[in-house]
Design a protein around this ligand. Structure first.
Ligand code: SAM
Length: 255
């Protein structure tokens, strides 16, 4: 077995995170450069150091994938979601999940849309594998450049500004619950109306991606919607009991 494979096996034992389910070339490149920056000559030494120093472990978790997020990422797609949200809430409150939510822009965007455009009861579960990004998400404080995609009227209504920092108002935050969850290992919530999972499956191997999509299908109630990222569309929808209802949007079929 090669050294990187051995590292991934031991890392799995140490953290419960199976790196072999991520695309290898990207992962190996990223982690090798991080290891070199920390001045470890090989992966066994690096792993041993990680056992002693949790900060090295947190740093690695941080670098495993890119954490970058944006409010209303691809605004035209959020626009397509508005009539769907109205339909989904015809009979009751919306139960939504923002999976791999990073620093919170995605669930807060949904929360603002629900308040401003849909005006029906809702709750949002927002999860990520990385504890650090979830702390930032819970704080809900963003720099000027991070709010550039928020329409000016929403910025005025749903944020408060202090110096160069914008804080998401409690009225938006109170609908969102943040929690740690590993999409490749942990249980999925059930009976959801909407799952948003964007820009993370791209890092997974094809096999892991299919497994995750199948778990999302299991997490949705019949008629529920899965909203995915730009390069994460999938073709054999029938395998998962889903059908495409728009670009990047899939609907769970009735049994
Ligand atoms: C590029 S961000 C996506 C943020 C947001 N969904 C968006 O599209 O703007 C990718 C996120 O996936 C998270 N992530 C990576 N592997 C994960 C896993 N196995 N389970 C849950 N989250 C994971 C990372 O911590 C990171 O915050």
């Amino acid at each position: 077995m090669d050294e990187f494979m051995e590292f991934m096996r031991s890392f799995h034992k140490l953290t419960g995170i199976d790196l072999t389910l991520y695309k290898r070339p990207q992962m190996e490149r990223r982690l090798t450069s991080l290891r070199n920056r920390n001045r470890y000559a090989n992966f066994p030494d690096y792993l041993q150091a990680m056992g002693r120093d949790r900060n090295l472990l947190y740093e690695l978790l941080d670098k495993m994938t890119i954490n970058v997020s944006e409010f209303f990422r691809n605004p035209d797609r959020w626009e397509l979601l508005v009539p769907i949200l109205k339909e989904l809430t015809e009979k009751g409150p919306l139960h939504a999940w923002s999976a791999a939510c990073s620093t919170g822009e995605e669930p807060y965007s949904l929360s603002m849309i629900m308040m401003e455009r849909v005006k029906r009861p809702y709750q949002i579960l927002a999860t990520d594998i990385d504890e650090n990004v979830l702390e930032t998400a819970k704080r809900g404080v963003y720099r000027d450049y991070q709010t550039k995609a928020v329409p000016r009227d929403l910025l005025a209504q749903y944020f408060t500004k202090q110096d160069a920092l914008w804080s998401v108002k409690e009225s938006v935050k109170q609908h969102v619950t943040f929690r740690i969850q590993n999409l490749l290992a942990d249980a999925y919530p059930q009976n959801l109306d909407l799952v948003i999972c964007r820009n993370v499956m791209i890092y997974f191997t094809e096999e892991a991606k299919q497994r995750v999509i199948s778990c999302f299908a299991g997490a949705l109630r019949p008629g529920g919607i899965l909203f995915v990222g730009s390069t994460e569309q999938f073709l054999r929808t029938e395998l998962h009991g889903l059908s495409a209802v728009g670009p990047f949007l899939y609907q769970k079929q009735a049994d």
